[in-house]
Design a binder for this molecule. Structure first.
Ligand code: FE2
Length: 332
């Protein structure tokens, strides 16, 4: 179907000053425009990926990219045929989002979604707001979005059958969640059945593991840590979660896997969401205990995965100077 990637994120916030600090100084995004009511943040060769507005009631949305105007029309027609109300975004609002054209609609739970084509680029190179290696975006989009939902099953048919998202995997214990992909990124969207509604987190992936570690130091320094460092079982991302100025989190990660979209078939995750780590800082003792139990089972079962390393982002160890490892390599 038409949707290719998670392309941008818009959020209404009364904490623009905080975002103007958090975006560049914590996340490493570049501020491309700041007005009394609007903040535009950049993470790659596009003019912007994140829009924060204090005045525009309609700015909160996840923006999904389609290839061109024809694909956008096709998607709009399919939504309308399913009685989903579709609104064309005005030229001024498309410009505000850094795209040529967009449509706006909602999922059955009322989450605001947008689809767009023609992202506006910029010639100047990306200048991160603090020293980081950069973000992994491109055809895989800006990262992933995760929504709180009351009942995941009520929304799965809409995302899968109407919008064309493909299920990556799902779990029912210790909580129910569905993960969807649009491209080789293991998931671009997930629905977490928490009984709440709204944004749970946005994930952005940085180029080097040290970017994550250095942000983790900052999170501890600024009392922003929401979920401890850990590694996910499905996308193999090593990440932690930070509180944003608003009521949702940013997952800051490295080393996400790429999947073969054509060969992939969805399966149930029976070991919870993380191979290790990812303890929520303020979870109840029951929640913490359930998660730790799932991870202990994963560890006991020998669930381990190789690092997912991009070309040029590693040095192969030639000599370990470790008798145990050398013996292991020699098949002893
Ligand atoms: Fe995530």
């Amino acid at each position: 179907m038409e949707i290719q990637s998670f392309g941008y994120f818009g959020v209404r916030s009364q904490k623009l000053d905080d975002w103007a600090e958090f975006g560049p100084k914590f996340l490493g995004l570049e501020v491309v425009e700041r007005t009394p009511s609007t903040l535009k943040l950049r993470m790659d060769d596009r003019r912007q990926r994140i829009l924060v507005s204090s005045t525009d009631a309609d700015v909160t949305a996840f923006g999904f990219e389609v290839t061109d105007a024809a694909a956008l029309d096709q998607l709009a027609a399919r939504l309308e045929a399913r009685q989903v109300q579709v609104r064309r975004v005005t030229d001024a609002d498309a410009e505000l989002r850094g795209v040529t054209a967009a449509i706006r609609f909602a999922d059955p739970a009322g989450n605001a979604l947008e689809a767009f084509h023609g992202p506006i680029g910029i010639d100047e190179p990306f200048k991160p707001g603090r020293s980081i290696s950069g973000f992994r975006t491109g055809a895989m989009g800006m990262g992933h979005a995760v929504l709180h939902v009351k009942k995941a099953e009520d929304l799965v048919p809409f995302y899968r059958d109407v919008l064309g998202f493909r299920i990556s995997d799902y779990m029912v214990k210790p909580f129910t969640a569905y993960f969807f992909h649009l491209n080789p990124r293991q998931h671009s969207l997930a629905l977490l059945q928490t009984g709440r509604e709204g944004i749970h987190h946005i994930m952005m992936e940085v180029g080097m593991l040290d970017d994550v570690g250095q942000a983790l130091d900052l999170a501890n320094l600024q009392d922003r840590l929401a979920v401890s460092l850990g590694r996910h079982t499905n996308d193999l991302m090593t990440s932690f979660y930070a509180r944003t100025p608003d009521d949702f989190m940013i997952e800051y990660g490295w080393g996400g896997r790429l999947i073969d979209v054509e060969a992939w078939s969805p399966s149930e995750m029976t070991f919870g969401g993380s191979l290790w780590g990812h303890d929520p800082v303020s979870a109840s003792p029951e929640v913490l205990a359930a998660r730790r139990e799932a991870r202990a089972r994963a560890a006991e079962a020998g669930l381990r995965q190789p690092l997912q390393v991009a070309e040029g982002n590693y040095h192969l160890g030639s000599s370990s100077h470790c008798a145990w490892w050398d013996a292991l390599k020699q098949g002893a």
